[in-house]
Design a binder for this molecule. Structure first.
Ligand code: PGA
Length: 270
């Protein structure tokens, strides 16, 4: 496999796709935010809001609120997931949460390899790979986060970073298991900065990720893997990003914390 997706910047032709006919995953990464009271009032508003069934809304609260959130959402459309999990089924891992525990709660999604965990908590690609394999073995859909640093973007090595992350994080996965994945492209320089990747950059990277997935798992499996974009997504930019080819949803941090901001994003993706 060489390091060229065959996608040149000049090929970005603004081949817009209508939002109306696309299904999106709208994932709220609350990170280490919200009190119990704030979770309650957020869900109260969300539960009374109707959105188009084509789109899936998934909330990722901190661990202590998972079971509570699940109860608040009962019978409603929003789903919930975890921000992290360990790869082992059980054992002496103080402070960690096992996939079976998430399964017990009916939690079917888990964010894996977020850049904050890679950089602050020093998670390696090898650890992320073990989490991906374990999540799939336990019927949990992993949302694998990948993305380059500002240095890698500036020195033009960003594609090789993405290639390395995909190859190492997904090592040992069969095409059949790869179908269970969700990928989130989150350039580090766009996370929490207010500065999202522009349409051309998102187009180029989503095409590239798609191409790497096809090389690794073939056409059939790759066609089933939604690629989300994350990094300063908000109501003012979500529509422009949503029409880009191969963008099938968003992992949203800051703009998912306030219910008004989050609802306006959901509405814009109808
Ligand atoms: P942001 O975070 O939307 O605040 O940039 C995204 C993320 O970290 O997943």
């Amino acid at each position: 496999m060489n390091n060229n997706s065959g996608v040149k910047d000049s090929q970005y032709n603004k081949k817009n796709e209508s939002i109306k006919y696309k299904s999106f995953i709208i994932a709220a990464n609350w990170k280490m935010n919200k009190t119990m009271e704030e979770v309650c009032s957020f869900i109260e508003r969300l539960n009374s809001f109707e959105w188009n069934i084509k789109n899936k809304v998934i909330l990722f609260p901190s661990f202590p609120y998972l079971i509570f959130l699940k109860q608040l959402l009962k019978g409603k459309k929003a789903l919930c997931g975890a921000q992290n999990m360990h790869w082992e089924d059980s054992g002496a891992y103080t402070g960690e949460v096992a996939p079976a525990m998430l399964k017990d709660l009916g939690c079917r999604y888990c964010i894996v390899g977020h850049s904050e965990r890679r950089n602050i908590l020093l998670e390696t690609d090898n650890m992320i790979n073990k989490k991906i394999l374990s999540a799939i073995k336990n019927d949990i859909v992993p949302i694998l986060c990948i993305g380059e640093s500002i240095k890698e973007r500036k020195n033009n090595t960003y594609k090789s970073t993405i290639m390395r992350q995909l190859k190492e994080d997904l090592s040992g996965l069969s095409p059949e298991k790869a179908e269970k994945l969700i990928i989130a492209y989150e350039p580090l320089w766009a996370i929490g900065t207010g500065l999202n990747a522009n349409a051309e950059q998102v187009y180029e990277m989503h095409q590239y990720i798609k191409w790497v997935l096809i090389e690794l798992f073939g056409n059939i499996a790759s066609s089933k893997v939604p690629i989300l974009y994350g990094g300063s997504v908000k109501s003012s930019n979500v529509k422009d990003l949503a029409i880009i080819e191969n963008v099938y949803g968003f992992l949203i941090g800051g703009a998912s914390l306030k219910i008004e901001d989050f609802l306006s994003i959901i509405k814009l993706l109808e």
